[in-house]
Ligand binder design. Structure first.
Ligand code: SAH
Length: 241
């Protein structure tokens, strides 16, 4: 079996940590090192350039948002399972979606698809007005707990159908959908403020999707840019039984 160099680095860092002293005391340093490397190799090198986004990605402890046994792999260049058949996106995609949202402090942002809560935590590093919703209550309970434990207590989390947005908190300066939709949910378009950004993976279930950024201008959303991606599906009305 050929081990990738990235996995070898992870193993070496973990072994080093164990050799150097109590695991708990070393934990922070090891993950900080892995995180710094991820920011450099996966984000900066691929064109993520907003210093605030890079700083946010360098602060949020991604290992706390994945199942404990997968923590050593938290900074690897791929998505990871988080239970209920769902996944936390690859770090690069989280950073890209965050950069595309163009958040300023005080902006209101809605995330559809809380999952582990990681993307919400990254958003919370950029603005203190974050709402996040997920259709799977068991993930919401866990994510809310993780966010609170890590001090992201201002993030509003609820379980419900994000296809319908969060009417009480609308309009939003940015909406991020972190599950693939076959089309833009009309309500989300309505809940976007003029000038607001909507970032959403669009495409057929199981096929290649296109991460797309729209901006609302004169009451209508206009496509601005795209990149091919692969997300778990958004639960949409026509897919429900
Ligand atoms: N952003 C997450 C990962 C999202 S995975 C993170 O940082 O960890 C996609 C999530 O979208 C899943 O948790 C899934 O339950 C949720 N989802 C799917 N359909 C949904 C819908 N209609 N409304 C809200 N959430 C939905």
């Amino acid at each position: 079996m050929v081990m990738s160099s990235r996995i070898l680095v992870v193993l070496a860092l973990l072994l080093l940590g164990n050799a150097a002293g109590p695991a708990a005391a070393q934990d922070g340093d090891i993950y900080q090192a892995l995180r710094g490397r991820m920011v450099h190799v996966q984000l900066k090198a691929r064109g993520i350039s907003d210093p605030k986004v890079l700083a946010a990605m360098n602060r949020v402890p991604r290992q706390r948002f994945v199942p404990e046994r997968l923590a050593p792999l938290a900074y690897e260049d791929h998505p990871l399972p988080i239970g209920s058949g769902q996944t936390i996106s690859q770090p690069y995609i989280v950073a890209l979606m965050t950069e595309w949202a163009q958040l300023k402090p005080g902006d209101k942002v809605l995330e559809v698809g809380t999952g582990s809560g990681y993307q919400a935590a990254v958003l919370a590093e950029l603005t203190d007005k974050v709402w996040t919703i997920d259709i799977r209550p068991e993930l919401v309970v866990k994510a809310a707990d993780t966010l609170k434990t890590l001090g992201y207590s201002r993030v509003q989390v609820k379980s419900g159908d994000g296809y319908l947005g969060w009417p009480e908190a609308a309009p939003f300066d940015a909406i991020l959908v972190t599950a693939a939709a076959t089309r833009v949910p009309p309500v989300l378009e309505q809940q976007l403020r003029e000038g607001g950004r909507l970032v959403i993976p669009l495409g057929p279930e199981g096929g290649v999707q296109t991460l797309t950024r729209f901006r609302k201008a004169q009451g209508k959303i206009q496509e601005e840019k795209t990149v091919p991606v692969s997300f778990v599906p958004l639960v949409e009305p026509e897919k429900r039984k």
